[in-house]
Design a binder for this molecule. Structure first.
Ligand SMILES: [Fe+2]
Length: 240
């Protein structure tokens, strides 16, 4: 089974994975996948607290998959080896926690999943480079080209898109551009959205549980379970 949820921010938004909050976890195995739509936040300062909660997450029965958001320590992430997995590229953080590299298309449980992390911090002027802000939060032209090439190899057809940001037109339609300014990444997603045949697109970043269009969703503390070409919410509020 594939589950999808939003930002975790290290230990700050982990509560959703508690046994009381998410009782269905008791029947899961490493062949079930929990995908986090960015702001994983467990590669941050290598503190004891961070290591404790990472171990807590590691002990969960599923395999955790995460894309990067704008709250990751990219210097730490860069230390992990890139390897092949299910058609795409990953970095194994632990035996059951994998980072999904930008632009990969994975085949997981017969679903093709396009993963593309990154986002622009709207408060970066208040952050410290190399301590609480990394310019790598914004994907490079090379990464976007790689993503497009991988979609081309898949004939521009996938089942699910996992991103941190959303396409520009959605931010405009929802009148969110005063905070979440359009940028080269949201414009890239706009092109991807135009060319790609897909069923579902999930994003984190906005800290909302919300349906944006008939295919685009913001997810935060809810957990969605993929069922066929749609999903059901198994924890938290519906995405209305
Ligand atoms: Fe976040």
């Amino acid at each position: 089974m594939i589950f999808i949820t939003g930002d975790v921010h290290g230990e700050y938004d982990l509560r959703k994975f508690g046994k009381d909050e998410f009782p269905a976890q008791s029947g899961l195995t490493r062949k079930d996948y929990m995908i986090i739509c960015g702001d994983f936040g467990f590669l941050w300062d290598e503190s004891r607290t961070e290591r404790y909660w990472l171990k807590w997450l590691e002990r969960k029965p599923w395999t955790t998959l995460w894309i990067d958001g704008n709250h990751e320590n990219y210097s730490l992430l860069g230390r992990y080896r890139i390897e092949d997995w299910k058609g795409g590229k990953i970095q194994k953080i632990t035996d059951s926690i994998y980072h999904l590299c930008r632009g990969s298309v994975f085949t997981i449980d017969d679903k093709k999943i396009f993963a593309f992390g990154g986002a622009e911090s709207h408060d970066k002027q208040f952050r410290i480079p190399g301590v609480s802000y990394w310019p790598q939060e914004m994907p490079s032209l090379r990464e976007m080209t790689l993503g497009a090439e991988n979609l081309e190899k898949n004939d521009w057809k996938v089942d699910i898109v996992i991103s941190h940001s959303l396409p520009t037109f959605i931010l405009k339609e929802l009148e969110m551009t005063d905070i979440y300014k359009p940028n080269r990444l949201t414009d890239f997603f706009q092109k991807v959205n135009h060319n790609l045949d897909f069923d579902l697109w999930f994003s984190g970043h906005y800290h909302r549980n919300m349906q944006c269009t008939h295919k685009h969703y913001m997810i935060f503390d809810s957990i969605a379970k993929i069922t066929g070409n749609t999903f059901e919410i198994v924890e938290g509020e519906e995405l209305d």
